[in-house]
Design a binder for this molecule. Sequence first.
Ligand SMILES: *[C@@H]1O[C@H](CO)[C@@H](O)[C@H](O)[C@H]1NC(C)=O
Ligand SMILES: *[C@@H]1O[C@H](CO)[C@@H](O)[C@H](O)[C@H]1NC(C)=O
Length: 390
Amino acid sequence: MKILLRFLFMLLVIFNPNAQQTARAFTGTYGINYGRIADNIPSPDKVVKLLRAAKIKNVRIYDAEPSVLNAFKGTGLELVVGLPNGFVKEMSANADHALNWVKDNVKAFLPDTRIVGIAVGNEVLGGSDNEMEVALLNAVKNVYNATKKLGISDVVQISTAHSQAVFADSFPPSYCVFKDGVAQLMKPLLEFFSKIGSPFCLNAYPFLAYTYNPDKIDINYALFQPNEGIVDNKTHLHYDNLLDAQIDAAYAALEDAGFRKMEVIVTETGWASDGDENEPAATPSNARTYNYNLRKRLAKRKGTPLRPKKMLKAYIFALFNEYQKPGQSSEKNFGLFKADGSISYDVGFSGLQDISAASSLLSLKGIQAQGYYLSATAITTSISILLSRL
Ligand SMILES: *[C@@H]1O[C@H](CO)[C@@H](O)[C@H](O)[C@H]1NC(C)=O
Ligand SMILES: *[C@@H]1O[C@H](CO)[C@@H](O)[C@H](O)[C@H]1NC(C)=O
């Protein structure tokens, strides 16, 4: 009887829509990057509907655009905002500016908009702007201090995402180390992140590895399709897909640098559905296969061969095709959705249909939600019946 009561109370707590939740940085395993470098994509309100219909809760944006933050208000969606690279030097040089930025762009929207993280710069280390690379650590510290001062450091996690350009060599995975020019800046950054409990954020692209080495890499290995895989000659671990190998390469580099315990999360991964002539792997069929299999891989809630207990978590790149992005055509064609909100290819999401279908799905869910209030009442009733019998 006691156990049954406890179970019913637990149900009440779980299903109570007004229950307070404590903030965690990345609560699921499947998140998405919501980039907006296109003037033809749906409005933030429609995007919210789309994300809810697709049941995607963890979202990253590359700035702190107020119209997006306002649209996310009261939705329960968990958002990591970005401090754009263009601000890194300023925030590094001036602690007051960092404080004001965090106050105006983050604190002002809490708690209604669930901002759970700030990414300070994107792919700064290993890039071409040395001044910005040197400035990164102090920008991170100033932003962290700002969250401390504003009393939000336990709900908002500070991080920065790295490209694979920070590594010297990632094959076999266990041989991976940080590049010479990067290691000196990376180590103090890792020391700080390890002190404040932040993970190592990796943008990992089997698509790029394959595109640059099509003769060395089996495309089935890159796409999580059946294949022989590789064996790491030092650890003797077997890898049946390139993403796991890329993540374990990052773990190996972290271990080499003295940070064995730090968790790696994938802040970007995806596959382009269209590209230039020198990017022949960028096809709708490959993009669908990668994203479909990736979703299955994440749903297993498993770690990698080297860190089997660290459940793999990844934010997909990206929600929309972004035609105004610079660079090769592939850059503009990573979206699960086209600019008009229709799907680029079906990756098997029940909710990932076009926007209007998503909206009708949402209203369906509204009806279900009423049903669930009813059942919550039913639970309360049965508890009072049980209590009256004690
Ligand atoms: C951050 O705050 C701590 C403690 O308040 C202080 O010691 C440190 O110098 C500050 N760091 C920066 C970069 O301002
Ligand atoms: C493992 O493979 C790498 C790259 O092919 C090679 O450089 C290294 O010597 C090999 N190590 C062992 C222990 O066989």
